[in-house]
Design a protein around this ligand. Structure first.
Ligand SMILES: [Zn+2]
Length: 257
């Protein structure tokens, strides 16, 4: 009996989630008003040094992301500011971490848990939730050398970003946050299994002659292609653009000349 009840509750939650997400997707594809993006910080490893880093974060640490998206949206024909970012400080509760493996069932289960967590958080909060919510989980570089992957969900309009609590990484953190933000808007990855950007869609200037080296990265290609087998991470959003393939995926009025 209890099992049936749990099953029923789960089904009701899923139904609610599906209705909610359909409404959300309509809101984020029209570009007739700026989307309100809220950023929250989470102490990912519970260390005092990470707390200190988060204490020092301000709205202006996330402004370059807003400027990047708005600059690129305008370049692709959006006549208004596409987004407006607001930093809303630290959260005490932690989003569930994604599974480390590629197991599809585990990943689906995680994405449901993450969406349920974000919804419950929004309900218990007095503030408006905004259109898109980004949860940035920070880790001390002294104890964390490599981060778990970050994930942006279009269904749910939320993203979990794992980032380094170190000013030296603020540029690359911004690149990762912008990449996941683009995922929430419907953009897809444009790199292969070896993390090499796909041609032409993952290149900033796919039709340059010669093709290599490229000067900048495409936001969903992730890295700057230097040669057919070599690419490097951009150091900041100054080295990144949104290409026409990604622009079309997020419904920007791509200018075809
Ligand atoms: Zn991605």
């Amino acid at each position: 009996m209890r099992r049936h009840l749990r099953y029923l509750i789960l089904l009701l939650i899923l139904l609610f989630v599906a209705v909610n997400e359909t409404v959300n997707e309509f809101r984020t594809t029209s570009w007739d008003r700026p989307l309100w993006v809220r950023v929250y910080a989470v102490n990912g490893d519970g260390r005092g040094t990470t707390d200190k880093y988060i204490d020092g974060l301000e709205s202006r640490d996330f402004k370059p992301i807003e400027e990047f998206i708005n600059r690129e949206a305008q370049r692709h024909g959006v006549s208004i500011d596409a987004i407006q970012i607001e930093y809303d400080g630290r959260l005490q509760s932690h989003p569930p971490q994604p599974p480390s493996g590629q197991n599809i069932a585990e990943n689906i289960w995680w994405s449901l848990k993450f969406r349920a967590w974000a919804m419950r958080r929004a309900w218990s909060s007095d503030n408006d939730v905004g259109d898109i919510e980004l949860f940035v989980s920070y880790y001390d570089t002294a104890t964390t050398q490599s981060l778990r992957h970050s994930i942006g969900l279009q269904r749910g309009l939320i993203a979990l970003i794992n980032a380094f609590a170190d000013p030296a990484y603020s540029g690359s953190n911004q690149v990762v946050i912008a990449h996941e933000l683009m995922h929430t808007l419907g953009a897809r990855d444009k790199y292969d299994a070896r993390s090499m950007p796909l041609h032409p869609q993952g290149f900033a200037e796919p039709f340059n002659r010669p093709r290599y080296p490229q000067a900048r990265a495409e936001i969903m290609g992730g890295r700057i292609p230097l040669s057919p087998g070599e690419a490097r991470m951009p150091e900041s959003l100054g080295e990144v653009v949104v290409g026409i393939y990604t622009a079309a995926e997020v419904n920007w009025p791509v200018d075809v000349q």
